[in-house]
Design a protein around this ligand. Structure first.
Ligand code: PLP
Length: 277
């Protein structure tokens, strides 16, 4: 019989049918004795409460599931939370998509190099490559596990328009040093904040230092929508371009196109076209 793991026991959860729960190290089997279960931080245990359930129900009852008024509200709330205008944020269906479309929207020279870190989830680097750029992975600091500013400085070449620091496991990169390097060499800074939605560096939120900040709302993150991502940007034009790219090139989502006044047309932008606007 399949045995539930400790966290499942504590939270009354069980694995989906047919999926084996991995055994925990030192776990000699399930116990229903609460005294013998040591408390530990549970990875990815969501708090889905009545408000979230009511929100999903209201969405279903509204008859509209695609990008529309709720996403617009979420973008507005996120922008307000970070003290900016809604024209500086764009929701995406994942942090990976957010990274990808922003790198395309940044219009970096194809084949140029972006400095990143090897200590991240693979999509940080995949997004660089999908945008036609070349990742250069610098070493990390052995204590913070974040990209080492000295390694960035040593790796800079003339073919390098951007740095992509990752605030790993909720700990901020040394943004004072990274921003100073970026300013000295005229580099764009693209912050991966997938792990760090509430992280601050010296009282300032990460994601607000560079040209772009990216957030993930994947099922295991601190703020969860299931799948989802957000772009926070300094330049409104780049954000507008990223929004269009995230919407398969359409400049109006379906919610904005159809109304009782009739159908408004939309244009599909190609990447090539977006690079020239
Ligand atoms: C550092 C980092 N960046 C980007 C991502 C991608 O986020 P998403 O799953 O929302 O695409 C992850 C996902 O875990 C991540 O850990």
């Amino acid at each position: 019989m399949q045995q539930p793991c400790l966290h499942a026991l504590k939270h009354g959860l069980s694995a989906p049918v047919g999926i084996e729960e991995p055994a925990l190290k030192g776990d000699s089997g399930p116990s229903t004795n609460a005294e013998s279960v040591r408390p530990f931080l549970v990875f990815g245990a969501l708090r889905i409460e009545e408000a979230e359930i009511a929100g999903v129900e209201a969405c279903l009852r509204s008859g509209w599931l695609g990008t529309g008024p709720r996403i617009a509200q979420f973008e507005q709330n996120f922008a307000t939370w970070r003290g900016g205008a809604s024209s500086r944020v764009a929701a995406a269906n994942s942090c990976t998509a957010a990274l990808h479309v922003s790198m395309v929207a940044a219009v970096l020279e194809p084949g140029s190099e972006v400095i990143a870190t090897p200590l991240t989830f693979c999509t940080t680097v995949n997004a660089i490559m999908h945008a036609g750029l070349i990742p250069v992975l610098d070493d990390v600091d052995s204590v913070t596990q974040n990209i080492d500013p000295a390694a960035i400085e040593a790796a800079i070449t003339s073919r390098m328009p951007a740095i992509l620091p990752v605030h790993f496991a909720g700990r901020s990169c040394a943004m004072d040093k990274i921003m100073a390097i970026a300013q000295r060499h005229g580099l764009m800074v693209i912050e991966d904040c997938a792990h760090a939605i509430e992280t601050e560096f010296r009282g300032k939120h990460v994601g607000t230092f560079g040209d772009f900040g990216f957030y993930s709302f994947y099922a295991t993150k601190n703020v969860v929508t299931g799948e989802g991502g957000m772009i926070l940007g300094r330049d409104e034009e780049r954000i507008a371009r990223a929004l269009i790219l995230a919407l398969r090139g359409m400049n109006k989502d379906a919610w904005r196109r159809f109304s009782d006044k009739g159908c408004r047309h939309y244009q599909v932008w190609s990447r090539a076209a977006s690079n020239t606007t």
